[in-house]
Design a protein around this ligand. Structure first.
Ligand code: SF4
Length: 386
């Protein structure tokens, strides 16, 4: 295992659509949280046997952490596990929390990839989403990141925002391309339980765009970005060349082990999935009392063993998300000692017949992947493998 995720569960305010585990108004806990994360990193020292090649600060809003705290955490990863000199070190950033000094300090700390939550370049979309930043700040964040020396930038966008038109979405895509960034992540707005949006929809105060318009927006992104030289390597992710694909997220899609550190983080370790306690004060409290001799981290709430059958199913569902490479038949065989075509014979035949999956020849043999129609109907394909 060589990937580490650190969850930073703090935000300035909660966006209307967001159901991530993150808290507004807990800024006073940041210093204690940082110390707790340092202890949790130490705890896993005995489990990590190779230097880390990808470190990801996700959230929440990791850019709310002082750059010195980020530097400290990167050093702790290096000290406890070793850090590959070419490791990808990503930090998710909110444009409302960045200035040139902060960005320069983050770069000096060792962060070499920023994932900036732009969501839209249109102020009315940003107000509709409840974001803390405006379009000018979003553009400035990109420009300041370049000035600070970041040469690997990813931008996050949302489509299917209430009131958003196809033309408005096209404008966002054009501006993202003009910004000259290396990577784009595009997500359709999903109505999640417990969010402000869910309450508004229940009270008939909000209407979401219809499914056809959202599908048109997705197809527009696929066609336009391909024409602009981006490769769609995962359902929601596009990069300029393979070198700029997210190394960290590929660990998830390839169903490989990773450490999840922090409140509400989850990880995959030794054929088990684990989930950490979600509340920040309790996470801090438990890490304060930790006894390093215990086998299980004191902040782990739940451990779920993954059976061989579950692992093979997850391998398919996650692997097929990688739209360019799909699932390699030879890798599957090597990992599970069984033929992909035999284990999932019925499902594969059905999806091939429906034109949702296709076989492609690669250097290491055949890969099974989604067709364009399959990309549009991904959930239907994934359900077959459960
Ligand atoms: S900034 Fe991100 S994590 Fe925080 S509330 Fe908004 S969408 Fe959620």
């Amino acid at each position: 295992m060589s990937a580490v995720y650190i969850h930073i569960p703090f935000c300035v305010k909660r966006c209307y659509y967001c159901d991530f585990i993150t808290y507004a108004g807990q800024g006073h806990l940041i210093a204690d949280y940082h110390n707790a994360v340092l202890k949790e990193l130490e705890f896993y020292q005995r489990f990590v046997t190779e230097p880390v090649s990808s470190l990801y600060f996700g959230g929440g809003t990791p850019s709310l952490l002082p750059a010195l705290a980020v530097a400290d955490l990167i050093q702790a990863v290096e000290l406890n596990y070793g850090l590959n000199p070419n490791a990808e070190i990503t930090l998710e950033a909110n444009p409302g929390t960045l200035d040139l000094q902060k960005l320069t300090d983050l770069k000096t700390a060792g962060v070499n990839r920023l994932s900036i939550g732009i969501q839209s370049f249109d102020n009315s979309d940003l107000v509709a989403l409840g974001r803390v930043h405006n379009a000018d700040q979003a553009l400035e964040a990109i420009s300041l990141s370049r000035q600070a020396g970041f040469d690997n930038l990813s931008l996050d966008f949302i489509f299917g925002i209430p009131g958003q038109s196809l033309a408005g979405w096209q404008k966002n895509l054009s501006m993202a391309v003009e910004a000259g960034v290396e990577h784009l992540s595009l997500y359709s707005l999903i109505l999640e339980e417990g969010t402000v949006y869910a309450c508004m929809v229940a009270r008939d105060e909000l209407t979401l765009p219809d499914d056809d318009l959202v599908a048109d927006m997705f197809e527009l992104a696929m066609d336009y970005l391909a024409a602009q030289g981006f490769q769609q390597y995962e359902i929601s992710n596009w990069s300029r060349g393979a070198a700029h694909q997210s190394q960290h997220n590929k660990v998830y899609w390839q169903n490989q082990d990773y450490l999840g550190i922090g409140a509400a983080a989850h990880g995959l370790l030794a054929e088990s999935r684990y989930n950490n306690i979600a509340t920040t004060p309790e996470y801090i409290q438990r890490m304060r009392q930790t006894n390093k001799k215990t086998q299980l981290s004191p902040v782990v709430e739940e451990t779920i063993p993954i059976s061989r059958k579950d692992a093979m199913q997850e391998h398919m569902i996650l692997g097929l998300r990688m739209t360019a490479r799909g699932v390699s038949a030879s890798e599957f065989n090597l990992r599970y000692g069984e033929e992909l075509e035999t284990v999932f014979a019925g499902q594969i035949q059905k999806m091939l017949a429906l034109g949702l999956l296709e076989w492609m020849d690669f250097k290491d043999g055949r890969h099974l992947r989604l067709t364009r129609r399959g990309i549009m109907l991904g959930n239907l394909v994934f359900q077959e493998f459960i």
